[in-house]
Design a protein around this ligand. Sequence first.
Ligand code: ADP
Ligand code: MG
Length: 750
Amino acid sequence: MELQWSLVQAVGDKTATVLAKELDLHTVEDLLRYYPRRYIERGELTELASLREDEHVTVLARVKTAQVRESRGGGRRSSKRLEVMVTDGTSDVQLVFFNQNWRHRDLQPGRVGMFAGKVGTFRRQRQLAHPEYQMAPEGVDDLQEAAQAFADEIIPVYPSTKRMASWRIQRCVRVVLDQLGDVPDPLPAGVRAARNLLGLGETFHAIHRPADMRSAYQARDRLRFEEAFVLQAELARRRASTAALLAQPRLATPGGVLEALDAQLPFELTAGQREVGEVIAADLAAAHPMHRLLQGEVGAGKTVVALRAMLSVIDAGGQAALLAPTEVLAQQHHRSLMGLLGSLGQRGMLGGSDIGTKVALVTGSMSAAARREALLDIGVGDAGIVVGTHALLEERVQFFDLGLVVVDEQHRFGVEQRAALAAKSRDGTRPHVLVMTATPIPRTVAMTVFGDLEISTLTEVPAGRAEVTTHVVPALEKPRFLERAWERAGEEAAAGRGVYIVCPRIGDEDDASMLAIADGMAAEAGAGMGDDDGSGGDDPDRADDRRRPMAVVDLAETLRAGPLAGVETEILHGRLPPDAKEAAMRRFVSGAAPVLLATTVVEVGVDVPTASMMVIMDADRFGVSQLHQLRGRIGRGSLPGVCLLVTEAPPGSPARERLEAVAATRDGFELARVDLEHRREGDVLGAAQSGRRSSLRFLKVIRDEDVIRAARDAAADVVAADPELREHPELAAAIDAVLAAQDEDYIDKG
Ligand code: ADP
Ligand code: MG
């Protein structure tokens, strides 16, 4: 039977319709890849005389009596109870079924059956309530052997729906398995042999109808490896095709603007910054585009590294673009680049340096005239650096000679954006790409999601950074703590320092709580607020019993009227017009308004050295990494900082424990781990893997590092020997299926 055959042929029209409607299963392969969630093992075949309370057992016995009893509860509907006495000749045990009278038909006195269940006691009578059973057909001689087989059988439990119960799914799978012949296997035979893995056909049998638990585990191992392998093969293929692309080598020339910057930096580069700088310089000098991920904690000094890369491209005659996810951040980057460059960034202006360059800022909100001027500078090559949002790529911005694109935060920079770059460069070459992220990504995740990027990490944070202490403030248990927090905010403000107050919602809206979330950098698709493990238990959308999270607008009103009366406050969120955002930020940066109430727009990149305090309201509504990012906004200068995580989550709850974890460490990698462990795999991997059709069902990227490494090596070998996968059509098809499912997901999400 072909794996792509319709289920109609395999299980018939009616059942196929239900499978399609209820479970979205259409082909034989869909069904075979609908794996059991767990297995039930029946109890050991046991003599009736030796039954013990609470044990799971299987017994072979003959029905002695069977009768239906009725019990009436005060006024409610009566319930019917089927009581069956069975015996093995020596001892008896009672079976009870509630409201299942139809079983009476099976359980006629004199018939022999196998009964499996947990031993209980009712009125001193040994009892099996609702046992699973199978009646022996008439005329079977060796009942003992049949009973043994029944007891040994392992029952798969499938994720089911009301109309498609697990046992029905099991039956359909068996029908398919019984017709299944040879199955094409995406894992090449050599790879399988090297790791001693089951073939795909055997795997389907072993996962759906395991002879013992060991073979079920073997099947899982094989599927786990397959998932990793297919993904790694695709990544290896992408790496190979990237390696085939051409780029202009950009050789840094001495005596240029890079050297001038190095000479004027007010600090020494750290060893890490220097090393990464050299690696990047080597990448830029190559005739193939760089695709490098630069990761490092907030404040690790990535911006300088990126700027130095941009300047070496400028020294080589090219241009560089810096893309940020939001306009606020683009403006912020523009400011900090200008700050580092000083007169080097003002070429052509009064007081500007001759060897310097121009930095253009392109935003959606700029005036038409300013925009025209910027575009002109970019087009003729006067602007060596162009800062903008990711929209810069889609717009009709013509570069004179774009050599390097630096992308801040990887999550919104996908394959499509990279493809858009092709249109931006000359002579069919591609610009070099440097992606920066402050979200530490554990190696295995990087290998899985960003397997086609080279990775550099800045591990040390430049010396002289201030301490930040973090405390959890339980708002319900200790209201006094919160009062004290507002007093402290007032004190900080009075001392000329900045205070951030962050809320999950904007407020002043009907039901736009998601708008505040959409502001947030870390609000990646699928992760929502990164609120929890995604199981729904703590989902803000569903938790009707929880009050709505604190809103910026409401809290501002409360604070201005009370605890912070007389203190200048500003509001910042994504629904403000750009000039209002800019003005609010300016007043906060200058100290004119020492308190900034904001949503997660302040999360990434915002750099105010005088900020010393952050209060995060309803902190449990944020994800661990998000909190860590937010906290990175303070302690930017030499001032020690304090971060307060205000929550109503009860002590001991998972939400509270996550907050305690954030308070306990500033190690971003450690927290990334905590965060990932709390999330669904799909959230870990981003939108591409978060769909219902996620290709990762057995692989856990955090746990299965060994598997991912082995799969990566094996896939690299296969792709190196056969880049087009001509010899491995099954593997190519499996990759296409994963990619198609991802596309479908993007479409589903609109
Ligand atoms: P990131 O972008 O990684 O969050 P930044 O590049 O914004 O970090 O750097 C944070 C702060 O540290 C900035 O004010 C920057 O000027 C400063 N900085 C960067 N590198 C060094 C260094 N080697 N020594 C001292 N300060 C540095
Ligand atoms: Mg930065």
